[in-house]
Write a protein that binds this ligand. Structure first.
Ligand code: FE2
Length: 405
């Protein structure tokens, strides 16, 4: 025991005395550093990064507030290729575990004599403690423009936002390297101090008209390390995360395994011991775009959402804002990039849902304050294109509601 304490103290001193490089990721060789949630974010954390060359023996060093040092080995995961994601990169992920809830840790990545600069993350709170999360619709196009400014605006206004949700279609043409570079620019620095959770969209997996060379969604799967819940047949593009008073259920609404995901959704809703069930999926049960009909999603997911008491469904895909309710479930569709479609109440109305709020040609972010008894969502306008409706200015609240237990 004594030698372990001595070793810890020595490691702390060594960690503190090592010079902190300035130039950060670009000069250290660790690029596209991104935090994502494990299934148990109160006590563990995924840290992932890219290298231009393969390297063994990489690890994440974490320092707790009391000085305790942890070393978590990295494993190499499927990287990207020029053909599928526009560049060849090696991707690594470390799972840091044994952490204490609601605690801020310092971390850095180490590979031989190469080290990243120190950054921090905060573990998720316990089930009874409130927290704030920020949610975003499709970013998809021109990520270095409107999406980046939307994310920056959200974090600046809500610095306590400790978890980031994104509803899919992170890029438009996943085989174009520049799009991923722009996306990571938009995810930086927010994603290096708080976890991002994205639900895979159709664009990442080539479910779009025209030629696409990224059907394996290799870029998305490489960059966004998904949680694992040990569910039979589970894929890393659908999973659940228990964060504070919320269970967040992430689905792949364009997956070829919707039947299995339906079973997972039912299991996730039925076994939820947290106060709230929030479902994140790219394409929701009701299309906010006038000429779409999301019948396939209704067929597989609508019954379980209503029967087993989902509270909130967050989605994108329709490039407009809409809030609707049906059978006790609230649906919010949004967009955070600069691509827009006209919106309509048609698919809601024809399928028994009541649309209570909408906007066109308007990008937003959503701030959700979640306590064990209340869930308050505020949609804030971050960009307006020509012809935007209604006339809500940038920085103003487009929508605000509270769900109560
Ligand atoms: Fe989409």
């Amino acid at each position: 025991m004594r030698s372990r304490v001595a070793m810890t103290v020595t490691m702390v001193l060594a960690a503190l005395l090592l010079p902190v490089p300035s130039g950060v990721a670009a000069s250290s060789g660790f690029t596209r550093i991104l935090l994502t949630s494990t299934a148990t974010p109160a006590t563990s954390q995924y840290v992932s990064w890219s290298r231009s060359r393969a390297a063994s023996g990489q690890r994440v060093v974490t320092v707790a507030p009391d000085g305790t040092v942890r070393t978590s080995p990295a494993v190499r995961k499927t990287g990207t290729t020029k053909r599928t994601a526009g560049s060849t990169q090696y991707r690594y992920v470390a799972r840091v575990s044994g952490l204490t809830p609601s605690t801020r840790y310092r971390y850095r990545i180490v590979s031989g004599s190469t080290v990243s600069s120190w950054r921090t993350f905060r573990t998720a709170p316990r089930a009874g403690e409130p927290f704030t999360l920020l949610s975003f619709g499709d970013t998809q196009v021109d990520n270095a423009g409107v999406p980046e400014s939307t994310i920056d605006r959200a974090v600046k206004r809500y610095p306590s936002g400790e978890l980031m949700l994104q509803a899919g279609d992170v890029v438009n043409k996943p085989w174009v390297g520049r799009e991923w570079a722009d996306l990571h620019r938009a995810l930086t620095p927010s994603g290096q101090s708080r976890s991002w959770i994205s639900s895979i969209g159709n664009h990442e997996q080539c479910k779009v008209p025209g030629p696409c060379r990224s059907g394996s969604a290799r870029g998305f799967r490489s960059y966004f390390q998904g949680a694992s819940n040990g569910f039979d047949g589970q894929r890393r593009t659908w999973f659940r995360v228990d964060h504070g008073p919320a269970r967040i259920i992430v689905l792949d609404s364009f997956g070829s395994d919707l039947k299995r995901q339906r079973a997972f959704l039912i299991d996730s809703l039925r076994t939820n011991r947290r106060a709230w069930s929030i479902v994140l999926m790219h394409r929701g049960p009701f299309a906010a775009r006038g000429d779409r009909d999301n019948a396939e999603i209704r067929r597989w997911f609508l019954g379980p959402l209503e029967k087993y008491g989902a509270d909130l469904v967050l989605s994108g895909h329709d490039h407009s804002y809409a809030r609707a309710t049906k059978a006790g479930v609230t649906y919010v569709t949004s967009v955070s990039g600069p691509k827009y479609y006209d919106t309509s109440a048609k698919d809601f109305r024809e399928n028994g849902a009541r649309r209570v709020k909408w906007a066109e040609r308007t990008s937003t972010f959503q701030a959700l304050r979640i306590t064990p008894t209340t869930l308050r969502l505020r949609a804030v306008v971050s960009h307006r294109a020509k012809g935007a409706k209604p006339a809500t200015a940038v920085g103003r609240t487009l929508d605000l509601f509270t769900l109560r237990r």
